[in-house]
Design a protein. Structure first.
Length: 271
């Protein structure tokens, strides 16, 4: 499927007055991959573009990430958007916060695991642990390539002791670990689309293996999955090379629906 065909499918749904739900991964999808997570600022033109999309009738927007929910909301800074953090374990349905059952019980487990992995990371210069309420990430983007295989082996050795208690996902130069509570980015997409309402058409864009659950969920809902870059899951129906290409795709889509949206708004009566 080409980008033109994706746009055509979205327009057909929009013209039939079905809600359209645009869902995105953050790092590597809306922003380029950078040396440190806090440097991954959402470009001002992209933020404005997303804000312009949210303002259109029957158009809904969500951001899903391995970042903690509070951090993701701080980084994106858009009102009226759906947010999903920690790989699906923290959900904000436009102001309504949701956590999986037994989430509080998992915080001590994550703290214990973080301490064990801190000792591993200390042996590889440039590695560090990012701890979140219900998960953690082992970052090794700054580790010398020759040291990475040994680091990953040691991390996996620690994780093996917790294999039934956590889920492990590969990220860009990182290992993401979340509590195994039955929720993931795919279940989050189902909840977001359900919150939007009947007949909604979802689109999801993601760049890495940890987006596979999201793409599977979108396909199950009759939606469209877009892969960003070379490492995106093979299940993506369409591929774009990088975040700038995604922004150009969204800008073109916005320009096509703005006239439709303006015609759909009744004019004010003349006094």
């Amino acid at each position: 499927m080409t980008a033109v065909e994706v746009t055509s499918q979205l327009l057909t749904a929009y013209q039939s007055e079905a809600p359209v739900v645009l869902l995105f991964d953050y790092d590597g999808t809306l922003t380029p991959i950078v040396p440190h997570p806090w440097l991954a600022e959402l470009p001002a033109p992209t933020r404005q573009l997303l804000q312009d999309l949210i303002r259109q009738p029957r158009l809904h927007l969500g951001i899903l990430s391995g970042r903690s929910l509070d951090e993701l909301i701080q980084m994106v800074g858009l009102a009226d958007a759906y947010y999903c953090g920690t790989g699906g374990l923290e959900l904000d349905l436009r102001g309504k916060r949701l956590l999986p059952p037994h989430a509080e019980d998992s915080k001590a487990l994550i703290g214990e695991l973080a301490r064990a992995l801190q000792n591993v990371a200390a042996g590889a210069l440039g590695a560090w642990i990012e701890e979140k309420p219900l998960g953690l990430t082992v970052h090794y983007r700054a580790v010398a390539p020759v040291l990475i295989p040994a680091l990953r082996e040691k991390v996996n050795h620690v994780l093996h002791r917790y294999e039934h208690q956590v889920r492990v996902l590969s990220g860009p130069a990182a290992i993401e670990v979340i509590a195994n509570l039955g929720w993931n980015k795919g279940t989050a997409i189902h909840m977001i689309v359900n919150d939007v309402g009947a007949n909604a058409l979802p689109l999801y864009a993601g760049d890495n293996a940890n987006d596979a659950d999201s793409m599977e969920a979108v396909r199950a809902l009759g939606g469209i999955a877009i892969g960003i870059g070379a490492q995106a899951p093979a299940t993506a129906a369409c591929r774009l090379p990088d975040p700038s290409a995604l922004a150009a795709f969204l800008q073109a889509f916005l320009e096509k629906i703005e006239p439709l949206a303006s015609r759909a708004v009744p004019s004010s009566p003349v006094a």
